[in-house]
Design a binder for this molecule. Structure first.
Ligand SMILES: [Fe+2]
Ligand SMILES: [Fe+2]
Length: 497
């Protein structure tokens, strides 16, 4: 066996290093750029173009030309050249169609292909396209995914020479590693897109269980995207030292999409509760009608018997008063004061006889409890059931094998109701124990809850009113004041659909 020359060993090492670098690159555009840069470095080519197959065309993705100082496509920007149709006469297309490399010492003397493209380019730029090596990018399943074109192997005198024949193998090997890296990246991207779509569909479906709150999750996720971009501009204070790179933002947005998935376990009767009594109101009103009718019957019967009967009008007015109070208190806009609670207890102490002659209170203890809720519509028990959604979110997300990229999603999603004063739930985390992501989610969750026009128990507030209330929450030590100030100033909620 012939010993390896130093040059061959060097090239093998270079290829291995390139292979490692290619497989380690996580950014699609940087990977494309690296393929052209490394192929040019290995072969000494002055220029290079990378095309990817899209349908029946080759699309320009990267163009580099050292002499003309042109470097395009590395940031994902679109290259302003028309896609190349898959036709035999075009050399890049031919290479794609035949999966075979071609090597021309000088394209101006080459036969069999239409080189009007490079020649026109030369006329426009004053460049001189000379030698050309074109190789296919085939992945491990032998699918063609693109074409790499290298131009002008530089010689020692600053001119160009033909690409040495062994470079066909070297560049083909590099291209196949690149193709595998690109295919793997595409697979990972496909899996991630699938996961993300699934999460979005699931969260939207959970939101859609109730007509109230139907867009909450989507809005919080969009606000997360906007607020992080805004916070990256902040240079001072707590938020000045926080930087949200792409992965951190994606992770936070994912946490936003998943933060309320536990609401799937909250009964709709609780989710949709728009008044304090809900459908029970009808029963209470019918009961009062029955009581009033009964009073009138008893009064008539007493009169027929010639007995004395207490003042009917007085009794009926008590029923009417009770009815008016119950209707007023049933409305969640009414703040229930301790005096109102006393009145309700007083009503409960009134009794009537039902058809079987049994004494019953005008209001049951459960109805008094439901009507005595000071603010909102939920009783203590219902509020606990509602708050349990975070525990369900935690339990559900614990079952999902998140990838490393999304490893913090379950934790961040599970702390969106934690408040800095330690009075949030479920963990009662306090101050610095709540990371920036938890503070952001808590703030956006409240802002959307206050401004949403679709909550069951109230009309949507204006952003200004919501911010006023949130400022009280800052004063009470619940929300991050710096964060709220940045949020208020940026008005990132505007134009959110
Ligand atoms: Fe929540
Ligand atoms: Fe929420």
């Amino acid at each position: 066996m012939k010993p390896f020359t130093a040059e061959i060993l060097d090239q093998v090492e270079t290829l291995l290093n390139i292979g490692i670098a290619l497989s380690g690159e996580k950014d699609h555009n940087r990977l494309l750029e690296m393929i052209v840069t490394e192929a040019r470095r290995v072969t000494g080519a002055d220029a290079g173009t990378l095309y990817l197959c899209e349908g029946n065309h080759l699309v320009f993705k990267i163009i580099q030309n050292e002499t003309l100082n042109i470097f395009q496509g590395g940031k994902g920007e679109q290259i302003n050249l028309p896609p190349v149709p898959m036709k035999e006469e075009n050399v890049a297309s031919w290479v794609a169609l035949h999966r075979q490399a071609v090597n021309f010492p000088d394209v101006y003397n080459a036969q069999g292909f239409d080189f009007s493209g490079p020649k026109n380019y030369d006329k426009l730029t004053g460049y001189r396209t000379g030698s050309m090596l074109v190789v296919p990018l085939c992945n491990h399943e032998d699918e063609i995914i693109g074409v790499l074109q290298l131009i002008n192997a530089r010689d020692e005198k600053g001119g160009y020479k033909a690409f040495a024949p062994h470079y066909e193998k070297v560049v083909t090997s590099l291209a196949s590693q690149a193709a595998i890296a690109l295919t793997n990246m595409q697979f990972m991207q496909d899996i991630e897109n699938l996961f993300r779509s699934f999460v979005e569909v699931m969260a939207t479906a959970i939101d859609a269980r109730t007509p109230y709150n139907a867009n909450h999750t989507r809005r919080v996720a969009s606000l997360c995207q906007r607020i992080t971009a805004m916070l990256n501009q902040v240079t001072e204070g707590y938020w000045g030292v926080q930087y949200f790179d792409e992965e951190r933002i994606e992770q936070l947005v994912m946490a936003a999409w998943l933060h309320d998935v536990g609401k799937i376990a909250v009964p709709l009767t609780v989710m949709n509760k728009s008044t304090r009594l809900e459908e029970r109101l009808e029963l209470v009103l019918q009961r009062l009608d029955y009581i009033a009718a009964n009073l009138q019957i008893q009064s008539l019967q007493a009169r027929l018997r010639g007995d004395d009967y207490c003042d009917l009008d007085d009794e009926l007015s008590k029923v009417e008063k009770a009815r008016a109070l119950i209707l007023r208190v049933n409305d969640p806009a009414t703040v229930v004061t301790p005096e109102i609670v006393q009145e309700l207890i007083h009503i409960k102490e009134h009794v009537y006889q039902d058809r079987s002659g049994q004494s019953r209170p005008w209001l049951t203890p459960e109805e008094v409890e439901a009507l005595s809720v000071a603010r909102g519509t939920l009783t203590e028990e219902e509020r606990r059931v509602m708050e349990d959604h975070v525990q369900f979110t935690n339990r559900m997300l614990a079952k999902i094998p998140f990838t490393r990229k999304y490893k913090d999603v379950p934790y961040w999603a599970g702390i969106h109701h934690e408040h800095l004063d330690g009075k949030g739930y479920p963990m009662g985390l306090q101050g610095d124990a709540i990371p920036p992501e938890g503070r952001i989610l808590a703030l956006l969750d409240i802002f959307d809850a206050l401004t949403a026009a679709d909550r069951p128990y109230k009309k949507g507030m204006s952003p200004e009113d919501a911010l006023r209330i949130m400022n009280y929450m800052v004063r009470d030590g619940k929300l991050d004041g710096e964060l709220l100030a940045h949020f208020s100033a940026s008005r990132v909620w505007e134009d959110l659909d």
